[in-house]
Design a protein around this ligand. Structure first.
Ligand SMILES: [Zn+2]
Length: 62
């Protein structure tokens, strides 16, 4: 189980692997940062992929 802090509010987000972590992060963002999720929706796909790549790096380093 790894813990990577939310980059917005410093909450702990945990997951067994990157897929589980993404699910937990998605649930957290949906609950706590719905406004930012909305902003990301309108952005090009590459932006989301870049964010996911960054998040994966942070997860791997945790
Ligand atoms: Zn957060």
């Amino acid at each position: 189980m790894k813990t990577v802090k939310c980059e917005i509010c410093d909450a702990d987000i945990q997951g067994e692997d990157i897929d589980a972590w993404f699910k937990a992060a998605f649930a957290h963002w949906t609950a706590e940062h719905a406004d930012i999720m909305k902003q990301m929706e309108g952005k090009p796909k590459e932006e989301g992929e870049k964010w996911m790549a960054e998040a994966k790096k942070r997860f791997d380093a945790a």
